[in-house]
Design a protein. Structure first.
Length: 92
C-alpha cells in the first residue's frame, strides 16, 4: 500500500506505536518530506502521553448486576425493561 494523503494517519499511528516496518518507515519519512503541512501536523505527536485517571466504581454497583430472578421466571431482562418502560415503572 502506498502512503498518501488519504491514509497517512494509519501509518503515523503504527510509527508512533513502533509497529511500522523499516521499509514503511522510510516511505513515511519520504512522504512527510514531500508534504510539509502534514509533517507539521504530526510533529510532536510521539511525545504526547496519556495517563488515565483512576475511576472509582459507584457505591451502588450491586444494583448493576443482572438479576437471576428474571431468568428463573422465563422472562428476559430486555423484555422486563421494555414492559417497565411501557408501564412507566422504570426507576433510576
Amino acid at each position: 500500500m502506498t502512503i498518501n494523503r488519504n491514509n497517512y494517519e494509519l501509518f503515523i499511528i503504527d510509527y508512533i506505536d513502533g509497529k511500522l516496518s523499516p521499509e514503511l518507515t522510510d516511505e513515511l519519512m519520504v512522504f512527510l518530506n514531500q508534504n510539509p503541512d502534514i509533517a507539521l501536523e504530526v510533529d510532536g505527536l510521539a511525545e504526547i502521553k496519556l495517563n488515565p485517571t483512576p475511576v472509582k466504581a459507584p457505591m451502588a454497583k450491586e444494583s448493576l448486576k443482572r438479576s437471576t430472578s428474571l431468568t428463573e421466571s422465563g422472562i428476559t431482562e430486555a423484555d422486563y425493561l421494555c414492559i417497565a418502560e411501557l408501564e412507566n415503572d422504570l426507576t433510576a
